[in-house]
Ligand binder design. Structure first.
Ligand SMILES: Cc1cc2nc3c(=O)[nH]c(=O)nc-3n(C[C@H](O)[C@H](O)[C@H](O)COP(=O)(O)OP(=O)(O)OC[C@H]3O[C@@H](n4cnc5c(N)ncnc54)[C@H](O)[C@@H]3O)c2cc1C
Length: 385
């Protein structure tokens, strides 16, 4: 891609995913939202098409491009947030393993995640600390050959279907962020209990659950990378994955526009189509303008990841993309509901689903206040008090 145009490869991906989304996914979207059941059929279709691999380096079977991943995700979320979420859930543990895994761990997990043979999840959040990652209390105590882990987690997305969970715990008695480590915990491990899924207003098709860890054993080689590097790895994984979450916002906003455009051209008030009212046209113009600005920030941050930019150089741009795109998704979806009038509130129409899903995006993967902190810190340095 040059700065302003998608290349041939990206256009091919966009065309293919757009067609698939319209033909195979769109008709399932409402049902997945209503039933709040995990869309196994969608997972199988995505696996068959090989699209889990998109952002993975070529050596692990992918295209090595976060931009490609963003373009695909955008098209899926445009019609179905939950189907797009299947890709995003797989891509956060991928980013963590890529950022901090040993060569052996990369070989073991990345091809399997890329092909969809294994499903991953990541669990950092705890009941008392979400934004404050350093405040987690789950402990991994050293024992011969590994660690024994005790504590509880919350909001682990994909936990009931995951083959493994990358789980954050503090080692030893040290309570600093430096003692945070990530551990591979396999499905069915003794002492791991997955609690009842949250009843959510959005992202309803993909379960998020609490986890309870009672003396769970993790071997030395189950620790992701070197000891005491976990906090840095979590932050870098979030950084690398933020363009992907921005793409979810862009796709959601575009989908809300699609529905609004169709509706305003069919609805009549005061003897004319509501699309002929200038107030409606300006609302749609603003929605399109904001979505396109979000898309450009998203592609820019994804392009930086693809160019190998990381750490502090990437952080503010990844945060700007995630924050702006997901705030835009919320605003555009809310405006779309407004254009539908009472129909926007009715469960008969899909547009309220976009508004409910957009709210989730402003909270997950670092709330948008946390994104603003990252951007502010990059401008002014960390606050002294
Ligand atoms: C659908 C869904 C799926 C999720 N999936 C996962 C998952 O798979 N794995 C996982 O580990 N977690 C997951 N989470 C948890 C998510 O990462 C946290 O909810 C998020 O980080 C916020 O944490 P919190 O909810 O504890 O809010 P808190 O951290 O308690 O924040 C409450 C409010 O205070 C604000 N705030 C906090 N600190 C600051 C600050 N320094 N400056 C300004 N404002 C601040 C926040 O922005 C927020 O508005 C998921 C959450 C949801 C809703």
């Amino acid at each position: 891609m040059n700065a302003y145009m998608l290349g041939a490869e990206q256009q091919q991906i966009q065309d293919a995913v757009r067609r698939f989304a319209r033909e195979k996914v769109a008709a399932r979207a409402d049902e997945i939202d209503r039933s709040a059941e995990y869309p196994e059929d969608m997972f199988e279709l995505l696996r068959g098409l090989g699209w889990f691999a998109l952002p993975f380096p070529e050596e692990y079977g992918g295209t090595g491009s976060t931009l490609n991943a963003c373009i695909a995700l955008e098209e899926l979320v445009r019609v179905c947030y939950n189907t797009g979420y299947l890709l995003a859930v797989q891509w956060t543990p991928f980013a963590a393993i890529l950022a901090g895994g040993t060569e052996a761990q990369k070989k073991q997990y990345l091809p399997a995640l890329a092909s969809g043979r294994l499903r991953g999840a990541i669990s950092v959040t705890e009941p008392q600390s979400g934004s404050d990652v350093a405040g987690i209390k789950t402990r991994a105590k050293r024992v011969p050959g590994g660690y024994r882990i005790g504590g509880s987690k919350t909001w682990c997305t994909g936990a009931p279907v995951a083959d493994f969970i990358l789980l954050a715990a503090k080692t030893g008695d040290d309570d600093t962020r430096g003692s945070i480590n990530l551990f591979f915990i396999q499905r069915g491990t003794k002492g791991l209990q997955i609690g009842r899924k949250e009843e959510k207003m959005g992202a309803r098709g993909i379960p998020s659950c609490p986890l309870f860890l009672d003396d769970v054993f993790a071997a030395e080689e189950d620790r992701l990378g070197e000891e005491a590097k976990g906090f840095k790895v979590v932050m870098e994984a979030f950084n690398l994955a933020r363009p992907i979450h921005a793409a979810r916002g862009v796709g959601l906003a575009q989908g809300a526009i699609d529905h609004a455009v169709a509706y305003v051209q069919s609805r009549v008030a005061f003897g004319q189509k509501i699309s002929d009212f200038q107030g409606v046209r300006w609302t749609l113009a603003d929605m399109a303008m904001q979505t396109e600005a979000a898309r450009q920030l998203c592609y820019r941050a994804a392009g930086m990841v693809d160019a190998g930019v990381s750490g502090r150089a990437l952080a503010p741009y990844a945060a700007m993309a995630k924050c702006f795109a997901t705030d835009t998704a919320m605003k555009v979806a809310t405006d779309a509901v407004q254009l539908f009038g009472a129909a926007g509130i009715s469960m008969e129409y899909p547009i309220n689903r976009y508004m409910r899903d957009a709210k989730v995006l402003q909270i997950v993967e670092g709330t948008n206040q946390i994104q603003r902190n990252i951007i502010g810190n990059s401008i002014l340095g960390r606050r002294s008090a």
